[in-house]
Design a protein around this ligand. Structure first.
Ligand SMILES: Nc1ncnc2c1ncn2[C@@H]1O[C@H](COP(=O)(O)OP(=O)(O)O)[C@@H](O)[C@H]1O
Ligand SMILES: [Mg+2]
Length: 686
């Protein structure tokens, strides 16, 4: 029996046990809320990372310096306020040694009430000035951070989009969104965590200490006793409570993910009457979350209690010492008041500095991951030691559409054998290396312009792989693929893909309107062109029957289409793109015979005049192909037309027979109109 849902008590006990494990305590929660895993080792030296940050700030450096200047000003202004309190208390309120105690050159009024008002007004002005100047700097810095985050995200997105396909797929399963969102965000925050916040803390700390030392150096020493206490309690908080918060986030996102899944898969849940079990899982997850929250509550309470004792203790210390000095006549009451305030003002920067220490670590690790991504070689980047090639651009008007595969061997890059960053170059194996897992072996195939090739073979024979090479999703490991006589490697990939149309079994439609989806490959198309393409694809009928027609939103947020309807939209999309080379990879295998008949006709329109690679289970398309290529384990075992291959009675006719038997249906289901496909196949082959 499979594992049953465990009670939240048992899972929580497990969690507590893990918390005690020192190994586990050192691990960090992965980005995007995955389970704890070993800390990301920062590969680059810290100085290099900081240099990168500095260069990312780029043209904004002057603004940053200005922001730091205003920050300094506003922090110093803020520091002046407690001194003003002292002035008011000592020289005005207590009248000791009286208003005359203020220097005469200030020319201040001697009336005490007036003086009090004046000092109070000055304090307010100072406070407003401090806030206003600080605000400008903070605004600029925030703006800068957001811009930096956006530009890092843009860079990372652009780079990730242009990586080799197998890397993109690996990134996708590894949570590329969290890399883009969280890591780029955290790296952008470096401006705050490395520059802005520490700067403010240091100014405030230094300023406070200097003022304190003017008043009484012994008091200052006492005040400094606070520093280690704050540092230690704060580090404790960070080390013991923060990971708990992250673990809580992991539990929460797992629960959310599970909930979403349960609703998305509601048909399966109902079909197997598992609603109650799903509720059970949901409840257990929620209880676990509750338990974790209570644990966090307890730990935070301990720390808060410490702090709420520490602060009065510090004040009491100042009061006792300072008070006795006042009684002895060495200090004034204003001094003691001011002192208490400044000692409390020490706490803020201390707290900032301690929490910054660990935030910086996280942010640097994030930047390191981003830089790792940006360092990965792009798709089709020249290999090390190879000079960059002059790329040929191909154009719709001049392209003929001849495709030649010249002794093509291919192995999927996996990144398993070498490091993922430097995939092994197949064909350059050192002796004793693992035998390459060839998916295609010595393929020779020449397709004249405008002809149709049908690729047939068992599942896994390499049909999709062959068309992937034609589409240049990958480069062959050995041999060449030529387009109009030019090696694809020498053609500008973007210009080549502009001549390419692909319709696959799984149609991917974007969240958007029908018209937008059809015009995806040619944004400049007019609505008339979109409609014409839809008409040719036999899609116009069902599109116009929908309430909002071409403006209907499809996908996640819109209407759901049937498999056949999606397929016809994909065909319309390909028709509108007007490709020179067309790849149809099992474009019709999911369909019922009625849609099949419709699509068959639309495909006929689409294929006319283009070089086509067709992979299909159904025989109607294959039968009409100019040449049929039978693949077996990555090798071409037969080529010929339908008639010649049936006559020779080889693999092709065998495949046909097994397929018919497997389908166990009459010819009419496979070839809807008697004249195509099976009727003919039967007639000749059996
Ligand atoms: N992205 C990939 N990475 C690694 N191996 C792959 C990948 N795609 C397909 N293969 C392998 O290549 C072989 C041929 O697959 P494919 O070309 O999809 O076959 P077909 O389309 O004929 O069913 C299979 O053994 C499959 O496991
Ligand atoms: Mg396939």
């Amino acid at each position: 029996m499979l594992r049953r849902t465990r009670s939240s008590r048992a899972r929580f006990a497990d969690y507590r046990r893990k918390l005690l494990d020192p190994q586990w305590a050192k691990m960090e929660v992965g980005p995007g809320g995955s389970e704890r895993k070993p800390k990301h080792e920062i590969a680059r030296p810290v100085l290099e990372l900081l240099r990168h940050t500095w260069s990312f700030i780029g043209a904004d450096r002057l603004t940053l310096v200005l922001a730091l200047c205003t920050l300094t000003l506003s922090t110093l202004l803020g520091l002046a306020i407690p001194s003003a309190t002292k002035l008011a208390i000592d020289y005005v309120i207590l009248d000791h040694p009286g208003p005359s105690g203020l220097p005469a050159w200030l020319g201040l009024p001697t009336e005490r009430m007036t003086l009090l008002w004046m000092i109070s007004a000055a304090m307010m002005v100072l406070a407003v000035l401090a806030v206003a100047t600080g605000m400008w700097g903070r605004w600029q810095t925030t703006r800068m951070t957001k811009l930096l985050q956006a530009s890092l995200r843009r860079k990372a997105f652009d780079h990730a989009m242009r990586l080799p396909l197998y890397r993109v797929q690996a990134l996708k399963s590894g949570g590329v969104t969290s890399l883009l969102r969280e890591d780029a965000g955290a790296a952008g925050d470096l401006i705050f965590s490395v520059i802005y916040n520490p700067w403010r803390a240091i100014i405030q700390l230094a300023g406070t200490l200097i003022v304190l030392s003017f008043v009484d150096w012994r008091l200052l020493l006492g005040g400094l006793l606070i520093v280690p206490a704050v540092w230690i309690t704060h580090r404790q908080w960070i080390n013991r409570i923060r990971p708990l918060f992250r673990d809580l986030k992991v539990t929460r996102s797992a629960t959310d993910g599970h909930t979403t899944e349960a609703f998305a898969g509601v048909r399966v849940v109902r079909g197997f009457s598992r609603a109650k079990a799903e509720l059970g899982r949901f409840t257990v997850a929620n209880h676990l979350m509750g338990r974790q929250e209570v644990l966090i509550w307890w730990r935070s309470r301990v720390l808060e209690t410490l702090w709420s004792l520490l602060i009065p203790a510090a004040s009491v210390g100042v009061l006792i010492y300072g008070g006795s000095r006042v009684i002895e006549g060495d200090l004034t009451i204003g001094d003691v008041m001011m002192f208490t305030t400044y000692v409390l003002m020490l706490l803020g920067p201390l707290e900032t500095l301690t929490s910054t220490a660990s935030t910086v670590q996280t942010n640097l690790a994030a930047l390191d991951r981003i830089l790792d991504l940006l360092d990965e070689p792009l798709e089709f980047a020249p290999k090390a030691g190879e000079a960059p090639r002059e790329l040929v651009r191909v154009f719709r008007a001049s392209a003929r559409g001849e495709i030649v595969l010249d002794d093509v061997w291919f192995e999927y890059p996996t990144g398993r054998k070498g490091s993922p960053k430097a995939p092994k170059v197949p064909g350059a194996d050192s002796p004793g290396a693992v035998e390459p897992a060839w998916v295609l072996r010595g393929i020779d195939l020449s397709v004249p312009p405008g002809r149709t090739v049908a690729l047939v073979g068992a599942s896994g024979a390499g049909k999709t792989t062959l068309s992937n090479l034609v589409a240049r999703f990958y480069d062959p490991s050995r041999g060449r693929v030529l387009f109009d006589g030019v090696d694809l490697r020498e053609i500008d990939p973007a210009s080549y893909r502009g001549l390419l149309g692909i319709v696959e079994q799984d149609v991917f439609l974007f969240d958007g309107t029908v018209a937008e989806n059809i015009a995806y490959g040619r944004r400049s198309a007019t609505i008339e062109e979109v409609k014409r393409a839809a008409g040719l694809a036999n899609a116009a009928g069902f599109i116009e029957a929908m309430e909002r027609g071409y403006e209907t939103v499809i996908g996640e947020r819109g209407v759901r289409l049937s498999g056949g309807q999606r397929q016809r939209i994909a065909i319309a999309r390909a028709i509108l793109a007007d490709p020179v080379v067309l790849i149809l990879d099992e474009a019709t295998s999911n369909l019922d015979s009625e849609s099949e008949a419709l699509i068959q006709r639309s495909l006929g329109g689409l294929m006319k005049g283009r070089t086509c690679f067709v992979i299909a289970h159904r025989l109607s398309t294959i039968r009409n192909a100019d040449v049929i290529v039978v693949l077996e384990k990555g090798e071409i075992v037969e080529t010929g037309t339908h008639t010649t291959l049936i006559e020779s009675g080889g693999r092709y006719s065998e495949l046909l027979r097994t397929q018919l038997e497997a389908q166990g249906v009459g010819p009419e289901a496979v070839a809807p109109r008697g004249e195509t496909g099976l009727a003919g196949a039967r007639g000749t082959g059996t």
